[in-house]
Unconditional design. Structure first.
Length: 100
């Protein structure tokens, strides 16, 4: 009986030791998973930030291009208006000279 009790006690201690080792291993695995997820989250956040920055840059470039195009068209309209005014002035001058 004594041997049986000692064996059972030894088995129980061994079993408890193994249970503690399993829990420590499980904790280690959970910690590693958490680190991987955090690293992945940080990578995704960096990618999103980079993407947002690229979108902002693209929008600024588009707006700048549109502004330049608009200024170019405005200059063309002013040149066209000046040309028309000059033609009208020439016609009036010719009319005035004809009337004199």
């Amino acid at each position: 009986r004594k041997d049986v009790r000692e064996f059972e006690t030894k088995q129980k201690k061994e079993s408890e030791k193994l249970e503690i080792q399993r829990e420590m291993e499980a904790t280690k695995v959970r910690d590693e998973i958490a680190q991987i997820r955090n690293a992945d989250d940080q990578r995704l956040m960096k990618e999103k930030y980079a993407s947002d920055q690229q979108v902002r840059k693209d929008v600024r470039e588009f707006e700048t291009k549109q502004k330049k195009e608009s200024e170019k068209l405005e200059i063309q309209r002013e040149m066209e208006a000046t040309k028309v005014r000059d033609e009208i002035a020439q016609i009036r001058n010719a009319d005035d000279q004809r009337l004199m």
